[in-house]
Design a protein around this ligand. Structure first.
Ligand SMILES: C[S@@+](CC[C@H](N)C(=O)[O-])C[C@H]1O[C@@H](n2cnc3c(N)ncnc32)[C@H](O)[C@@H]1O
Length: 375
């Protein structure tokens, strides 16, 4: 059992993911009489049996969730034997290789099996993954994991060097994936494995020189490949912050100059006083003429402190947001004596998190021949 079940309750020999927090999960195989120690106390396996996946489980010093494994949870909890691929790259690979139930896929190397689990889920129940690993220990451990996770009918692992010995199938694969140090040297083997009627290839490489060599080979006339594209997936986080936009002083201090509020339907006829609430879409204009008969500004709301996250913001200074009726779910720009205070998204100046370059191409030798337009 593991990844391919629709059973909703835990049984012996199940792999379960013990969730103690988003950055604290543990894969556990449920065995009769065994106990696993967690930071929330002992987890008696016998008591897990019959428990519903996803429900809370009480331990001696707290509680955990017992989750059914998925390829994504396995990726975050698996024992690392190599560098592994993570969900953002895996999602792009699955999409760009056009994998679906029934697809036949060749992969090398298997490594820790992180990508393999996601491929197997996508091609099941009728497709197959042929995965090639030349390291004896990794080959054996991945084989045992596939077996224990109940995936054997959709995957075969081979102990061989893909560059010298190639993939185990010819003219049969819908897609080939390479995550090895010299992908260009495995390209002839990949082409042999792909269906001559067409298929997709992807190589993952952390190194730009390898990527360039691989692309050059794909683009060589007569290679049979076209639509070569390299992308890099980098997660970009945006921080929600409060920022102040100062208002230019164009005549404050001049008794002739008045501030008025302008809406999209024209000027509102009351004089604006510093600190008054502004509705969504209203702006302040300054004029040395009355906009109409001055009337009283809307009744002031109770002034509340902005939440602690905002008051930590270096940009927020001592801004206070007055909560008005339009504040629910949206914070209107508010005027302060410093200017306007906005909530906005700020992208980091530098983006970290390079994992590797993903190069994709289509294989279509019967169409491409030696034609230039294919490249
Ligand atoms: C970075 S790991 C792959 C990680 C894998 N994609 C994952 O998500 O877990 C690369 C693996 O390729 C294997 N490898 C390297 N060259 C190979 C070759 N010529 N034939 C077969 N396997 C190879 C290595 O032993 C290693 O386990």
């Amino acid at each position: 059992m593991g990844f391919d079940t629709s059973r909703s309750n835990v049984a012996y020999n199940d792999l379960v993911i013990v969730f103690m927090g988003h950055d604290s999960m543990l894969p556990v195989t449920v065995k009769q009489g065994e106990i696993t120690q967690t930071k929330f106390g002992a987890l008696k396996h016998n008591e897990l049996v019959g428990h519903e996946f996803g429900a809370k489980f009480n331990c001696t010093k707290g509680w955990v969730y017992i989750l059914q494994p998925t390829p994504e949870l396995w990726t975050t909890t698996l024992p690392h034997r190599t560098q592994i691929l993570y969900a953002p790259d895996i999602a792009m690979i699955t999409f760009q290789l056009e994998l679906k139930p029934g697809s036949v896929v060749c992969e090398s190397g298997t490594g820790s099996g992180s990508l393999s689990h996601a491929i197997i889920r996508t091609v099941a129940p009728t497709g197959h993954l042929h995965t090639v690993e030349f390291n004896q220990d990794r080959y054996e451990k991945a084989g045992v994991e596939f077996e224990n996770h109940g995936l054997s009918k959709n995957v075969t692992i081979y102990h061989r060097d893909v560059i010298n010995d190639g993939f185990p199938v010819e003219n049969a694969a819908d897609a080939v994936f390479l995550d090895i140090p010299r992908p260009d040297e495995a390209l002839p083997q990949a082409a042999k494995a792909l269906k001559s009627s067409g298929g997709r290839i992807c190589s993952f490489s952390p190194c730009i020189e390898q990527t360039q060599r691989f692309c050059a080979l794909l683009r060589r006339p007569g290679s049979g490949f076209r639509d070569v594209e390299t992308i890099e997936i980098v997660r970009k986080s945006h921080n929600v912050k409060r920022v102040n936009i100062p208002v230019a002083d164009i005549g404050l201090g001049n008794p002739e100059v008045k501030q008025h509020v302008l809406s999209d339907k024209g000027p509102l006829n009351y004089a604006y006083e510093t600190g008054d609430d502004l509705a969504i879409g209203h702006v302040i204009v300054r004029t040395n003429q009355e906009a109409g008969k001055p009337c009283k500004p809307p009744k002031r709301q109770k002034v509340e402190n902005v939440d602690s996250q905002e008051s930590n913001s270096e940009a927020s200074g001592n801004v206070q947001q007055k909560k008005g009726p339009e504040d629910k779910g949206y914070t209107a720009p508010s005027a302060t004596k410093f200017g306007y205070s906005f909530r906005t998204c700020i992208a980091p100046k530098e983006i970290y998190g390079h994992t590797g370059y993903l190069t994709f191409a289509s294989y279509c030798p019967e169409v491409c021949l030696d034609l230039d337009w294919c490249q």
